[in-house]
Design a protein around this ligand. Structure first.
Ligand code: HEM
Length: 201
């Protein structure tokens, strides 16, 4: 793809393209830990989700982001992850570093968009994970709440969110920060998987 066609691409497509390889290796690494082979292993995966969703949780209360991405406040999933851990009688990870975004204010908007792309996109792929969780008798009301689709349905919810992302006007420098942020978000999830999920052969 030429530079000019990358620039002409919508932000969501640019973020997808910049993070495709990292997403592919992440999927494989998570599945190599067999998260749906037992509730204990699934709980390890929940620790990853907790840390990732905690990193971005403050963004859902950011006023400017809610103006750019209407309905953002209702898309937060950290509370659902906490309930999932609670369902499985697991305590929250302790002594963690500060989350990536510790406050709802003073946020670099372009970086926030990159992180939110990764977080909201993960709900699109979660259809498959929710089905797999049924083998452990987990579902959208117990243990796998954070994998549930949005009320309007996964595909429509994603279509709406990615259109909102594409409508945000960013200059080239800000767009590069959004891309870097999406890549950083995936790297962070890789780190969490490395910390919490053993590979099982
Ligand atoms: C916390 C871990 C994960 C994150 C952060 C994540 C992130 C994402 C993102 C950002 C997208 C949207 C891509 C786009 O722009 O279209 C996506 C889609 C997708 N993900 Fe993941 N993902 C995760 C785990 C997984 C796992 C474990 C699987 C399965 C093995 C998976 C399978 C998929 C699939 C199939 C889609 C595309 C869904 C569709 O087009 O209908 N993801 N994910």
């Amino acid at each position: 793809m030429s530079t000019s066609s990358i620039e002409a691409t919508g932000l969501s497509a640019a973020l997808r393209s910049a993070s495709r390889t990292s997403h592919g290796t992440l999927d494989k690494r998570i599945m190599a830990a067999k998260p749906f082979s037992s509730r204990e292993r699934y709980a390890d995966f929940l620790q990853v989700q907790y840390r990732f969703h905690r990193d971005v949780a403050a963004l859902f209360a950011n006023q400017e982001l809610n103006r750019l991405l209407p309905g953002l406040a209702g898309r937060q999933r950290l509370n659902a992850v906490v309930q999932d851990l609670n369902d499985l009688d697991k305590t929250l990870p302790q002594n963690l570093d500060a989350p990536e975004f510790a406050e709802a204010t003073d946020v670099d908007l372009a970086s926030a968009l990159g992180w939110l792309y990764v977080e909201q996109g993960s709900n699109l792929g979660a259809a498959f994970l929710l089905k797999a969780a049924a083998a452990l008798e987990l579902n959208a009301d117990f243990g796998a709440r954070h994998l549930a689709p949005h009320d309007q349905g996964r595909a429509l919810s994603w279509k709406e969110f990615s259109a909102q992302l594409d409508a945000v006007e960013l200059d080239d420098i800000a767009r590069a920060r959004a891309v870097e942020a999406a890549q950083a978000a995936f790297r962070k999830v890789h780190d969490y998987v490395h910390a919490h999920c053993q590979i099982h052969v």
